[in-house]
Design a protein around this ligand. Structure first.
Ligand code: UT7
Length: 324
């Protein structure tokens, strides 16, 4: 059985507003605000890797957990913007933290990455293999964003969120539901740089190292599967929607969040939204939102919190946590 004992978040200092974007591509603050809910996002400086953002978030999480890096048995980093394709970002993070006894690996589940990683960390503790696990969602999406494509560049931001999990007498994790559909991989993809299309002059010329997204199609699927994931996880926990104190949905689009909340019959005050300030940070979105909701006092002892995410893969997932 496991519980979360420390949360941390970090976003780079540099802020890129919608007005800044108006100078880069043919867009407007009005379009971005009404179509997505985003006002600004944070952008890392050149050369900053996912592990650096993860490091800053993890230090805060450790402090709040009252643990030292040396106590950590396992580091799981969810990211689609790893420092390098290998070694894993978790290994770089281990080195930065000096978490010398920790096993390390990354999880690739795009915007659902933190939910997948948190479920994995929970299971490692539940199985008895490890006592203390660090789970991080960290992204430098600005490095895979095509800054000439207005349909995507207005959406994404950089950041990281971390959670320290430890063995406990009572399980704070009540249930999880994870799903996927690899048939729809093309809807949201970075086509280049992997074994199918290794980096070449051709892949660079064709901008294959950037995010390609069919937003309209994704929108409809996102609403459907996020509703399904939350309902399924709650059913597994033998809880109803009326038991939920806070829904923390993936922050891809405020209109998706509203549609999900409406279909779940959840009032807006029970739904956490911070997309306005950060945009979509993929795996870091859920991690940062969980941390902020806690910092803002929206999560208290015994609160029932539902994380609900969706992303490229396609993948989706939901976790029900009773805060302890
Ligand atoms: O992270 C998890 C996965 N991601 C998602 O789930 C994202 C899901 N999709 C979305 O959030 C939305 O589909 C978007 C925000 C990406 C796009 O919003 P939309 O309401 O679906 O817009 P659209 O793609 O249908 O485009 C509508 C119009 C088009 O112009 P025409 O063809 O109607 O003349 C676009 O060219 O808006 C135009 N447009 C823009 N205009 C100004 C697209 N991007 C922009 C822009 N500024 N940045």
């Amino acid at each position: 059985m496991a519980k979360i004992i420390g949360l941390g978040k970090y976003v780079p200092e540099k802020v890129l507003t919608n007005f800044d974007l108006e100078k880069i591509v043919d867009t407007s603050d009005e379009w971005i605000t009404t179509r997505t809910g985003i006002k600004e996002r944070h952008i890392a400086h050149k050369g900053v890797g996912a592990s650096h953002l993860a490091y800053e978030a993890s230090k805060i999480a450790f402090k709040r957990a009252g643990l030292h890096a040396g106590d950590i048995d396992l580091i799981i980093v969810a990211t689609i913007t790893p420092d390098t394709s290998f070694p894993s970002t978790a290994c770089y993070l281990q080195s930065l933290l000096k978490a010398n006894k920790a096993a390390c690996f990354d999880v690739s589940a795009a915007c659902a990455g933190f939910v997948y990683a948190l479920t994995t960390g929970w299971q490692f503790i539940k199985s008895g293999l490890y006592k203390n696990v660090l789970v991080v969602g960290s992204e430098v999406l600005s490095t895979i964003t095509d800054w000439s494509d207005r349909s995507t560049c207005v959406l994404f931001g950089d950041g990281a969120g971390a959670a320290v999990l430890t063995k406990s007498n009572k399980d704070n994790f009540l249930s999880a539901y994870l799903g996927g559909d690899g048939n729809e991989a093309e809807l949201l993809i970075v086509p280049g740089g992997g074994s199918r299309h290794p980096a070449s002059e051709e892949t660079v010329k064709n901008k294959l190292h950037f995010i390609k997204m069919r937003g309209n199609e994704l929108f409809r699927i996102a609403v459907r599967v996020m509703v399904k994931a939350a309902k399924s996880a709650l059913a597994k926990a033998e809880l109803g929607i009326e038991d939920v104190d806070l829904l923390i949905p993936h922050q891809a689009n405020d209109r998706i969040i509203s549609a999900v909340a409406e279909r779940l019959n959840l009032p807006r005050e029970k739904v956490y939204v911070n997309i306005t300030r950060y945009g979509n940070m993929s795996s870091a979105s859920s991690a940062v939102a969980l941390c902020e909701a806690y910092e803002e006092g929206k999560i208290k002892k015994d609160s029932v919190v539902v994380l609900d995410a969706f992303g490229g893969g396609l993948v989706w997932g939901s976790i029900v946590i009773k805060w302890g």
